[in-house]
Design a protein around this ligand. Sequence first.
Ligand code: ASP
Length: 341
Amino acid sequence: MHSKKILLVYTGGTIGMMQDLNSGDLKPLDFNQIVKYIPELSRFPVNIDAYTFPPIDSSNIAPDVWVNVAQLIFEKYNLYDGFVILHGTDTIAYTASALSFMLENLTKPVILTGSQLPIGVLRTDGKENIITAIQIAADTDSNEMPVIQEVAIYFEYKLFRGNRSIKFSANHFDAIQSPNFPPLAEAGIDIEYNYNVLYRSENKTLQLSKNLDNSIAVVHLFPGISVEMLEKQFSDIHCKALILRTFGSGNAPTDEKFLKWVENLIKRNIIVANVTQCLQGSVQMGKYETSKYLKELGVIGAGDMTFEASITKLMYLLGKYDDINKVKNLFVKNLRGERSE
Ligand code: ASP
């Protein structure tokens, strides 16, 4: 048994921030200062190398950062047993979802974590999050195979599938949840893995997709939404896909003007995807009359995928395939454990 090698990748976020003494604003620290606050890292029974990107608040994350992180993991894949990515919590679920699509056939753990309080603060949650994330990234089963072979988020004693996760709370320590999927593990005195739900890819050769297409628009429905405004807004927009954030199990108004607007988008070869505003449950088009029409028009349903998984999956599919039927067919399929069949 060799001692495990983990690459700790720092991208920014509260976990590595400090209060600016003059303005009181939280500003990113450089990585060496984080290590100073966690001396335990040097006592860890695994070899940890660090890689730091210019630290940013995760609200500034864009697909080019995902490409850089995915590229780094791809290049260093054979050199390490696992990867831990320190990331701001605001968009951690988007990054985890995007990485899960970009890195196909993972057989090693990619664990993202962050914190609600900066590492230098007495009551920080960051220390435990980093230490346990590293432990999980290094854990192997009785065959010496990594227990986790997918992109996951570790937060406040729970490990979640990355592409099933959402940021749920802006102020509680248990900020991340996966409302439609059980946790992959819970950390108590021991780390208890939920072996039945862990993802395993069929193919074992890692593949990287770096082409992400963000020509996607989102419309969040609300009672009283103005179809006139929608028509104007989308009259000459060049998006390839539009996500409709619908009510309940994928329902939307049935008034003629609204349906005509949707129909025209589809006629213009824009993919229209139905993603519910609910955090739990799934889109079931046809269950109610208020979703039946969408299905008939050719709207595709996100099932129980999160919004974060739906939008990053579309970016990935649109970047990979020109054929919109292929994109539509794959969107409604389970690719990385992001949706129930
Ligand atoms: N604004 C911070 C970020 O996402 C919040 C956090 O890390 O919790 O980068």
